[in-house]
Design a protein around this ligand. Structure first.
Ligand code: ZN
Length: 277
């Protein structure tokens, strides 16, 4: 195919994804911010992972089952995807979005240039929450934890995965609570209540935990991936920021959720930098 033709197809495909998401009453804010030609989507028979995102070449590899007629060429309509598949897709798209923000930031060399608000927050959290983490050396034994100091790359990955886990979870659960009425949970207070209840349960269970691949070869020989422990799961403050800035959830909804925890939106990071601002 001619390259120009290829990009037209990609633009159309991307427009359809956003259209489909809107029809399903799912968040589209961050999808709209992503240029269609930023990500290269590929399909493969993935056995061990449902999907992969490679920031080096902005490549998203999805399982063939997410493609139209399982032919491995284009994405199937979102309405034909299971909730689990939409969870996976949003998880990967979020990786792409954070990657995009980082790329734009790196390219901008203006003096006094200010990072995107979300990226700025991410870098702050990376230092204060993911620099030292608790991990579960044996995944099945959730209560046995060890402490680890993470490298730059490791802490960025741990944050990325933790945040993407939450984004995928949020989508799956939004679909579940909207299932009966097919209306947005922001128009149905009862559905919103259900989502908040589910969030509370998941949070108390420690469901929002990411992982990282250890850089140290000795550590990697012990475990290919290190999973964060409950103490190092997503903080409420991070959830609030992601709901607002990535998912575009309404302020009133986020406030309700925070109130249900008896939490003020106080920062869990009291770094010197944080205080100075
Ligand atoms: Zn991921």
């Amino acid at each position: 195919m001619h390259p120009r033709m290829k990009s037209v197809v990609r633009d159309m495909m991307w427009a359809r994804v956003i259209d489909d998401a809107q029809r399903l009453q799912l968040p589209t804010n961050f999808l709209k911010a992503l240029p269609p030609d930023f990500i290269h989507v590929e399909f493969d028979d993935l056995r061990t992972y449902a999907a992969e995102y490679h920031p080096d070449d902005h490549r998203m590899v999805l399982d063939r089952s997410l493609s139209f007629n399982a032919a491995g060429r284009i994405l199937k309509p979102l309405s034909k995807m299971t909730y689990k598949e939409l969870d996976v897709l949003y998880h990967e798209l979020f990786h792409a979005y954070l990657d995009y923000l980082a790329v734009v930031d790196a390219q901008s060399d203006e003096a006094g240039h200010r990072s995107d608000e979300l990226l700025h927050f991410a870098r702050e959290q990376q230092v204060c929450r993911y620099g030292e983490v608790q991990i579960t050396p044996i995944i099945q034994r959730k209560d046995e934890t060890e402490s680890r100091y993470l490298t730059q790359a490791e802490s960025w990955e741990a944050l990325n995965e933790t945040w993407a886990v939450f984004i995928g979870w949020a989508i799956w659960n939004q679909l579940e609570v909207q299932h009966k009425t097919k209306r947005s949970m922001f128009q149905e207070p009862r559905q919103a209540t259900h989502w908040i209840q589910r969030f509370k349960m998941a949070f108390e269970r420690g469901a929002f935990r990411g992982y990282y691949v250890p850089e140290d070869p000795d550590e990697r020989r012990l475990a290919r991936k290190r999973y964060l422990a409950q103490q190092s799961q997503l903080a409420l403050e991070e959830a609030g920021v992601l709901m607002k800035q990535v998912l575009g959830f309404q302020d009133a909804f986020i406030d309700r959720l925070m109130t249900s925890f008896g939490a003020t939106r106080a920062s869990s990071c009291s770094t010197a930098e944080g205080r100075a601002e």
